[in-house]
Design a protein. Structure first.
Length: 321
């Protein structure tokens, strides 16, 4: 069996590692004939050129690496099957058509819910109690292809985007490696998604981690936020939240580890505007259905992370605005 793997971040490494181990030949030759991943990018203040985790994995094993899907055509790469997990770009139809058995896409949501780039964060923000992974046969539309397999996973009360996403892809490993042989033999009948139930997410940016200072100040004091108006969540299409301490706590977990939730504040009599990153937080109950938001760890712009107690001791006069 020959496989091309499309993927980029560290949390999809369990998938490519499992494929490599499960389907290698008796002589030890890897089934992965090529990987398609995002090109290296300058990172940090020094702008050091950094390669993706999938790139590094393939380089170590002398697997061919490409940064554009179309390079498969130019280089005459032949494979039975493609596997895609968090690659980061739409695959054109002429590339999909290269594979006799198509490309299987491992998507961390219960499709057709939360198609697009940010399904795990969307599920946490929306207060879902469960999500899952859907493996579809890729077509040229966004997360639209027929469903090959699907499983559910509970969303824990302390799950962050990072913890839930990692757990979903780890669970997907066994499902994917088990279904590939019967899928290749034609033993699995794909089922069409119900497009009428589709919802969509977009790529999260740094700006999307912003929390209105007014929302944050009210939540710290346990004051009602409902009168402040609805809160539009920009990375989930046509979705708004009623702001509350509870929904802010979910939002902060959804922004962890990246881009992080943050707000604006003014320091001291000078009123110097600063960005405050909210790293860890929890809720405390004030009364039935009423909560206050308690920060555990914060980071002021240009400073190291500190506890909320340390922050308040160092900056007694703070206004969120």
């Amino acid at each position: 069996m020959k496989i091309v793997f499309f993927g980029t971040p560290d949390y999809v490494l369990p998938i490519v590692v499992a494929l490599h181990k499960a389907f290698r030949s008796r002589s030890g030759k890897s089934p992965i004939v090529a990987v398609i991943t995002q090109a290296p990018k300058p990172v940090g203040r020094e702008k050091k050129l950094t390669y993706s985790p999938v790139d590094a994995w393939a380089h170590k094993r002398k697997v061919q690496i490409f940064y554009k899907a179309e390079e498969l055509i130019k280089n005459g790469i032949k494979a039975d099957l493609g596997i895609l997990a968090a690659y980061g770009e739409i695959i054109p139809k002429n590339v999909i058509d290269l594979f006799p058995h198509g490309i299987l896409n491992v998507h961390p949501s219960l499709l057709p819910k939360y198609r697009g780039a940010s399904p795990v964060a969307a599920a946490i923000v929306a207060g879902e109690t469960e999500t899952g992974v859907t493996i579809i046969k890729l077509d040229e539309k966004l997360d639209h292809g027929p469903i090959i397999s699907q499983f559910t996973e509970e969303i824990l009360s302390d799950d962050t985007n990072g913890s839930l996403r990692a757990r979903l892809f780890e669970r997907a490993v066994e499902v994917l490696t088990t279904l590939i042989p019967p899928y290749l033999r034609g033993k699995i009948t794909p089922r069409k998604q119900d497009d009428a139930k589709a919802t969509f997410t977009t790529q999260i940016t740094k700006a999307h981690g912003f929390i209105s200072p007014e929302y944050f100040a009210h939540a710290l004091q346990g004051l009602p936020l409902q009168k402040l108006g609805k809160w539009e969540i920009p990375f989930v299409k046509d979705y708004t939240l009623v702001p509350s301490a509870y929904s802010l706590e979910r939002f902060i977990r959804a922004m962890d580890p990246w881009p992080g939730a943050w707000t604006h504040l003014s320091l001291g009599s000078s009123g110097q505007a600063k960005r405050l990153k909210i790293l860890k937080i929890h809720l405390e109950s004030l009364s039935l259905n009423r909560y206050t938001l308690i920060p555990d760890l914060v980071q002021l712009e240009g400073k190291n992370p500190v506890s909320w107690k340390q922050f308040r001791e160092g900056y007694a006069s703070v206004m969120f605005e």
